[in-house]
Design a protein around this ligand. Sequence first.
Ligand SMILES: Cc1cc2nc3c(=O)[nH]c(=O)nc-3n(C[C@H](O)[C@H](O)[C@H](O)COP(=O)(O)OP(=O)(O)OC[C@H]3O[C@@H](n4cnc5c(N)ncnc54)[C@H](O)[C@@H]3O)c2cc1C
Ligand code: SF4
Length: 328
Amino acid sequence: MRPFTYTNAKNTQEALQETTATTHYLAGGTNLVDLMKEDVERPDQLVDVNNLEFKKIEKNQSGGWSLGGMLNNSDTANHPDIRQNYPLLSMAMLSAATAQIRNMATNGGNLLQRTRCPYFFETSMPCNKREPGSGCGAIDGMNATHAIFGYSKECIATHPSDMCVALAAMGAEVEVQKTDGSSRRIPFNEFHRLPGDRPEKDTTLEEGELISEIHLSSPEFSDNYYYLKIRERSSYAFALISVAAGLSIQNGMISKVGLAMGGVAHKPWKLSEAEDFLKGKKANTENFEKAAELALKDAKPFEKNIYKVEMGKKAIVRALEQAKNRTA
Ligand SMILES: Cc1cc2nc3c(=O)[nH]c(=O)nc-3n(C[C@H](O)[C@H](O)[C@H](O)COP(=O)(O)OP(=O)(O)OC[C@H]3O[C@@H](n4cnc5c(N)ncnc54)[C@H](O)[C@@H]3O)c2cc1C
Ligand code: SF4
């Protein structure tokens, strides 16, 4: 590990003032510290944001709830208001990592965790995300866990978060504090970016911006929801493919739907075309299968991840069936 300075910020103003181009905010440290040990991340300065005020879950003006950026994943997922009003989010968050990691991991950090592409972690291998211009080891290498949508010739990595897949399905806004003292809100589906020719940049955040809150709109999908996570073992593993599905069903017809996939792209992958197809249709297997076909029709897999196309379709159908048939 390289030398760095450490500052424990007492409040938001102090955290923002301390920021330089090579600063990283330190939240739970469950991703950042691992990457520093592997010499992948090399900050000169860490600004600890654990003492900042953004640790609450509160009702907001749009009739929904806002989640503090520094609140941990366990307290968020297990909060009675979140369990009751946003059970899809709760279910996705509780499928991640282990209880110990969720106790440390924060909501802001979860959004900003980096890819699990093995070449990104291995500093002897080429990786444009870690070392721009060095090449992409995965594109002709071990790409079984990589993207089937939205990638570029510079990077085919996937985003690893479960929480973010549920947020993409439901819709949300990320509020960030800027170093000049102002703040802005970013629609969730514009928060993460596709790799293009700048794969080193995962999000649309600007230098020094601090995630303070995640705003959810009025409660959605509290009856019919499911987060399906397919992984190599049943705990402590990232998704090969995941599906977040939320349905509003009235008299057997779908009035609203939220659908997104994880493990398939550089960002949580919103399935807008499938959502549009399902709106106003009967909630039945035939329509779920048609939606799944639509969702995967533009997939462009690699030799070793071709399995994700059929697996993705089946996962969508299964998640929608589970959402429809939920009784609590
Ligand atoms: C073994 C293991 C298994 C895991 N399995 C899963 C899994 O199955 N599913 C899943 O979704 N996740 C999984 N994770 C990832 C885990 O959820 C993330 O590491 C965690 O959410 C990151 O949060 P953190 O608070 O620890 O962030 P940190 O590690 O402290 O920070 C991560 C990044 O975010 C930045 N940052 C943190 N907070 C802010 C903020 N408020 N504003 C701006 N920048 C900020 C940091 O500077 C850093 O760049 C796993 C992790 C481990 C170690
Ligand atoms: S897929 Fe992206 S993260 Fe993985 S080696 Fe290629 S450039 Fe690096």
